[in-house]
Design a protein around this ligand. Sequence first.
Ligand SMILES: Cc1ncc(COP(=O)(O)O)c(C=O)c1O
Length: 375
Amino acid sequence: MRLHDFALERFFARWEFEAEMLLCASDVEAWPVREVVALADDDGIRRWDELTLGYTESPGDPALRAEIASLYETITADDVLVFAGAEEAIFALHNVLLGPSDHAVVVRPAYQSLSEVARAAGAEVSRVDLHEADAWRLDVGEVSDAIRSNTRLILLNEPHNPTGGLTNRETFDAVAALAAESGARLIVDEVYRFLEFDTADRLPAGADVSENGVSIGVMSKSFAMAGLRIGWVATRDRDLLARLAAFKDYTTICNAAPSEILALIALRARDRVLERNRAIIASNLSLLDEFFGRWGGVFEWSRPRGGSIGFPSLVAGAPVDAFADDLVRETGVLILPGTVFGDTGNHFRLGFGRTNMPEALARLEGFAARRFGPR
Ligand SMILES: Cc1ncc(COP(=O)(O)O)c(C=O)c1O
C-alpha cells in the first residue's frame, strides 16, 4: 500500500508548534489532566488510583466500551471497538472493507484519510461535492449517480471538516436509503457530533441507522481530549468488528491504559465536558459573526452549523496560500489554506475551539487592515 502524503498533516508538521497561535485548529481547547481527574466519580477515582501500566484488553476496556455505547441508541458495549484515535479507526475500516475490485463514495472536501486510505487500499473512489451555495450540503442526486454495483461504502462526515457544514435530516435519510438499496454501507465520521449549534440539527448516528451502519467517534474534538488518542468504531455488524479487531493486532494491539480510564471518566461526566466546550465555541462564534459582518468583500463564509471549524474564503484577490504565509510570518497566527484539502476556491480553515481565538482573530484583523484598509 502506497499512501500519498497527508497534505494537512505535513502543513501542521511545519507550523503547528512554531506558529504562536493556531487560528485553524480543529480541536477544542484541551482539558488539563487534573481537571479531568477532578470529574471522576468514586469508581473512576478507584480505577485511576489502582491503574497499572500493563497491556489492556484489545477491544478496549469493557467499562469504557459501555460508556461509549451509551452515546448511541441501539449500541451495546460489544458493538464498540476502541482505537488509537479516529485515524486508526479510519485506517482499519478502509483496509478491512476495501480492495482492488471495490468502489467507495466519499464527500469532497474531506479530511484526507477518509479518501486516501480507500484509494491506497486499491479501491476506486468517487468524490461527491459539498456545495457552498447550499450551506455545504450534498446533492442526493449526485450521490445516487456515483453509486455503482461494486460500491461498498458511502462515507459522510457530519458535522463536517473543514466546512462546519451539517447535512439536513431529509438529505441524510435519503443517502441512508440509497446505501440500503444499493447494498453499500453507510459510514459516518462523527468526530464533531454533539457540537451542533442547534441540538435539533443533530443527525442520527450511522451505527443507529442500520444493522451494518458504522459510526466513527473520538475523544479529540467534541470532548477536547486529543492527547488521549482514544477513538472508536461503533456498529451492530459483529462480523465487521471481528475483522477490525484482527486488523488492530497489526497496528496498536491495545489502547493506552491511562487514556482509557481518563476517557471513561470524561464520558461519564460528558454533560459538564460538553457544556464547557460548547461555551468556548459559542463565545468565539459571536466574535466571528461580527468579524465577517465587518469584512464582507474581503472574507466571506457560509456560517458553520456544528463543530469547531469553518471554511471562509478570501475573496479580495490574493491567493490564500501566500496570504496565510505572510500572516503567520508577520503575526504568528496560523490559518490553514484550503489547498491542503484540494480546494481551488481560495478558502481557508478557521478553528474556533481555542480560548486564545479572540487574540488570534484580532491579529488577523490588524493584518487585514494593513493589507486591505481598515473596516
Ligand atoms: C473528520 C475527521 N476525522 C478524523 C480525524 C482524526 O482524528 P484523530 O486525530 O483524533 O484521530 C480528524 C482530525 O482532525 C477529523 O477532522
